[in-house]
Design a protein around this ligand. Structure first.
Ligand code: FES
Length: 105
């Protein structure tokens, strides 16, 4: 990844692909993220990174969204589509599935 490509990134998504999250559908979430945010885009503004167990399996599947450091849990395809529409595209966090935020101070 070049410096120019890194500079164009506006959101970094960490999607858990650990055992519990995979069991609860993280593969289909990854597919949705790629379809909605990456497919056909010339300039990539989103970086998706798979991680393996964040230690929050009871809330699986998990996604962490930066730069805000927002932790989303118990995701479904329907909820993820709302997060993409509201949070990623409009900057308004989707409160009902947030269980934590990294304190950046
Ligand atoms: S497998 Fe995803 S939080 Fe544990």
């Amino acid at each position: 990844m070049s410096n120019k490509e890194i500079d164009s990134i506006k959101h970094h998504i960490l999607l858990c692909e650990g055992k519990s999250c995979t069991k609860h559908g993280s593969d289909s979430l990854l597919h949705i993220l790629k379809e909605k945010l990456l497919r056909g885009k010339k300039e990539k503004t989103v970086l998706i990174t798979k991680v393996y167990c964040t230690g929050n399996c009871k809330r699986s599947p998990i996604m962490i969204l930066y730069p805000e450091g927002t932790w989303y849990g118990k995701l479904t395809p329907k909820v993820l589509k709302k997060i993409i529409k509201k949070h990623i595209k409009k900057g308004k966090p989707f409160q009902s599935h947030i269980f934590g935020t990294v304190d950046s101070q």
